[in-house]
Design a protein around this ligand. Structure first.
Ligand SMILES: [Zn+2]
Length: 313
């Protein structure tokens, strides 16, 4: 089983977050583990992408030390291995863990260490790390630092860069310089686009040279763009539960993933956030089969697309 789109901070064990908060002397505002679990999960009536993104505030509070980052990366590799994933690309934004003075290099080193420890203990799984730049204002320096860090550690578990965050507030075109630098360094990349914004955002992402898109589902509104995705062999990392929660679609059965797949777009199935969205690759596949009309053969084809698009061969 291959998982291409999974956020580290959205996939932490609540028990670990609880324990880390204790170790670090941080008040998370939860009276017990059940309340913490509730705070780390998207509520059923979540209204906007922004409200969903707030679920990441809690985990990030405890992800400000090297020990914590090493531990949660190890644990995620362990959790993935335990559910039968044999290849996973885990992504996170190093710039969000610098609040207590860690450098992006130190943060990435900690994650590499955790991933390696996981792969040593569970040799049946291979993992890569994708470093996310963030959509925000006045953070070009931080994003460029992420690119430098990616260049430094590329090939040592680190396999690519990404752009994540609030797409409707900070359009893809704001990040021209960041991807210019990524091009200069020949870094592999994927870009979150066509999730909270439309085809223009996807076109801009493609102009940055990406062969993979996080979500990309709003391509469904533009036939020409869909043709372009097919011609260029662009792979879409689709996360159905997450798209429903962030209101990309009103209901699961209205999700365009089957239409994209039937049209010939290279669609893959992914979790996005195992804890925040309370899902995993098996649950996502079940939804595709039970609610969206995918056959076993379709699922197999999607897994093949995922294998062909993975950053570490
Ligand atoms: Zn994502």
């Amino acid at each position: 089983m291959t998982e291409l789109h999974l956020h580290l901070d959205g996939s932490l064990r609540p028990e670990t977050v609880w324990e880390l908060a204790k170790i670090q002397g941080i008040d998370l505002g939860a009276k017990d583990i059940d309340e913490l679990k509730f705070m780390m999960k998207v509520p059923d009536d979540c209204k906007t992408l922004h409200e969903c993104l707030e679920r990441f505030d809690v985990p990030l509070k405890v992800l400000q030390t090297a020990d914590a980052i090493e531990r949660v990366t190890f644990e995620l590799v362990e959790d993935l291995s335990n559910i039968g994933v044999d290849y996973a690309e885990i992504r996170f934004a190093p710039q969000l863990s610098t609040e207590k003075g860690l450098s992006q290099d130190e943060i990435v080193e900690a994650a590499i260490k955790g991933a390696k420890r996981g792969m040593e203990k569970y040799p049946n799984i291979k993992c890569g790390l994708i470093l996310c730049c963030m959509r925000n204002e006045n953070i070009e320096d931080k994003n460029l630092q992420t690119i430098e860090t990616a260049k430094k550690y590329m090939g040592d578990v680190v396999c690519a860069v990404d752009l994540a965050g609030a797409e409707s507030l900070y359009p893809t075109e704001m990040f021209e310089n960041v991807f210019k630098k990524a091009n200069e360094y020949n870094l592999l990349r994927t870009i979150h686009a066509g999730e909270a914004a439309g085809p223009d955002s996807i076109r801009k992402a493609l102009s940055y040279g990406t062969k993979r898109l996080g979500h990309g589902v709003n391509a469904i509104f533009d036939k020409e763009l869909m043709e372009e995705l097919i011609d260029k062999g662009v792979t879409l990392e689709v996360c159905v539960t997450s798209n429903y929660q962030t209101k990309v679609v009103d209901s699961i059965d209205k999700h365009p993933v089957k239409k994209l797949f039937d049209a010939g777009v290279r669609v893959t199935v992914n979790s996005d956030n195992m804890t925040v969205s309370d899902t995993n690759i098996h649950k996502e596949i079940k939804i595709l089969k039970e609610q969206l009309g995918f056959t076993d053969a379709d699922i197999e084809k999607m897994q093949k697309y995922a294998e062909e698009a993975r950053f570490i061969k």
